[in-house]
Ligand binder design. Structure first.
Ligand code: PMP
Length: 468
């Protein structure tokens, strides 16, 4: 046991920790390590802080899972949920039913969409939103009489969810292995990390051009008549905060148009202010046919997601469902009134708190902090934009060689942050931060200071041969 575990004490058999291990399977977790070490039990949150069972305070430096943008304990969101629970706690949108909150939320979303959008389809999670967009791309091409135009292109390193279809679209080996994914019909284009995959001396612009040429070659190899859609996050999140090279989307978008391939922007992380604009599309000049949103839509308080689609998609769906007599897709909780009420209140708060303005003001502070650690011996690349930051940790700064046991050093750094009262998330060996969008300059300074200490402590561990 190394210093990373200093603050851990064994838990008695009837403790929450023991009960957790007895009954709960944890998503995206090393199940055997969890069985040995148990959970960090969070019992309360307030603003940017969360508190564990012993009352120890942590800055939530990743907004939960990039979701709690407005911070914890926002009474307005809780009140909105309570009012709706008392008025109409549950209803659905199947078979011509509707309710005021779904109608109002659709209007609000169409009103703020970064490009003209025609309709909103509600779901509960990012995965469901992307599954819906995949199905709509297929439905669209059936409606257009092109049943062979069905392949879906994601990117290596992209994350779009974990269900069978959205998980196939995700381009991370750790989410495919032994789950028999990806399904046929799913292809993955290059990862846009210039630092990791750029050739020696290759500029960002040249790298972007090479990626676009590779994408075109992939499209031609498969046959454009077989490709339905290309999905991309404006900035890759769960793949390790990967900011696209300059000019990348300007080269990709015309290709998609040229080969009549739908473009779906996955704004599940970037949407609602995270990059310093309401949507990531606005930062990169994206003109998608569909947009997936979730997480920040309700500030993560209740599950809700949506797909916004343009008139091209909607018109095809409308026509096709006319032939079939039904639009045969939907979830029990599509447009759930409590979720919609909370989302509406969250949209009010984004405006009232000038969240986009806060991110614009403080992103330079965060990004300067991120870069202040670029020289650390463990940091291969320090990167970010808006309220997203990442430090990719490497065993050799000069060669960019990764560590032999992927994810372990990242986890050590994450643990050292946690011991110092900051919760961050290592994705592989990239330590990432995505502070709540209500964070202050002091919160950001604290996060950066702790990351610096944690990297030093991790470095010292490695020098001393301590691992976990
Ligand atoms: N898309 C992106 C960009 C995401 O970051 C995530 C979740 N991290 C998803 C989709 C999937 O969302 P969910 O976990 O709600 O299914």
């Amino acid at each position: 046991r190394g210093p990373v575990f200093e603050d851990q004490t064994p838990s008695p058999a009837n403790s929450d920790s023991a009960r957790d291990r007895a009954g709960v399977i944890h998503p995206m977790t090393d199940l055997q390590r969890h069985d040995r070490e148990g959970p960090l039990l969070i019992t309360r949150g307030d603003g940017v802080m969360v508190y564990d069972e012993d009352g120890k305070a942590y800055i939530e430096g990743v907004s939960g899972l990039w979701s709690v943008s407005l911070g914890f304990a926002q009474k307005r969101l809780a009140d909105a949920a309570y009012r709706q629970l008392m008025e109409l706690p549950s209803y659905h949108l199947f078979r011509h039913k509707s309710h005021p909150k779904a109608i109002e939320l659709a209007e609000r979303l169409l009103g703020i969409a970064p490009v003209p959008m025609s309709k909103v389809f509600f779901a509960n999670s990012g995965s469901e939103a992307n599954d819906t967009a995949i199905k709509l791309a297929w439905y669209y091409n059936n409606a257009r009489g092109r049943p062979e135009k069905k392949k879906i292109i994601g990117r290596i390193g992209g994350y779009h969810g974990i269900t069978v279809a959205s998980g196939s679209l995700t381009g991370l080996a750790r989410n495919h292995a032994d789950f028999d994914l990806p399904l046929p019909r799913f292809l993955h284009a290059d990862c846009p990390s210039h630092w990791r995959y750029g050739l020696p001396g290759e500029s960002e612009a040249d790298y972007a051009a090479r990626l676009a040429a590779n994408l075109e070659a992939l499209i031609l190899r498969e046959g454009p008549e077989t490709i339905a859609a290309f999905f991309a996050e404006p900035v890759i999140g769960s793949g390790g905060v990967i900011v696209p090279p300059r000019g990348y989307f300007d080269l990709i978008q015309p290709l998609l148009k040229k080969y009549d391939i739908l473009f779906v922007a996955d704004e599940v992380i970037c949407g609602f202010g995270r990059l310093g604009a309401m949507f990531g599309c606005q930062v990169y000049g994206l003109e998608p046919d569909m947009i997936a949103i979730a997480k920040g839509l309700s500030s993560g308080y209740v599950p809700i997601s949506a797909v916004m689609m343009n008139a091209k998609i909607w018109d095809a769906c409308y026509a096709q469902s006319g032939k079939l007599g039904v639009f045969g897709h939907g979830f029990t909780y599509s447009g759930h009134p409590v979720a919609a009420a909370v989302a509406l209140e969250a949209l009010d708060l984004y405006e009232e708190f000038d969240i986009v303005g806060n991110v614009q003001r403080l992103a330079p502070v965060l990004q300067a902090g991120v870069q202040s650690l670029a020289g650390h011996p463990l940091v291969g690349e320090a990167r970010g934009i808006g309220f997203l930051g990442g430090w990719e940790l490497v065993s050799d700064k000069a060669t960019k060689a990764p560590f032999p046991s992927p994810g372990m050093v990242g986890l050590m750094a994450e643990r050292h942050c946690q011991a110092r009262g900051v919760i961050l998330r290592a994705l592989g060996d990239t330590l990432t931060t995505a502070p709540p969008l209500v964070a202050t300059a002091d919160d950001i300074a604290r996060i950066i200071a702790v990351v610096g200490e944690a990297l030093d402590a991790t470095h010292a561990d490695l020098q001393a041969g301590v691992t976990i």
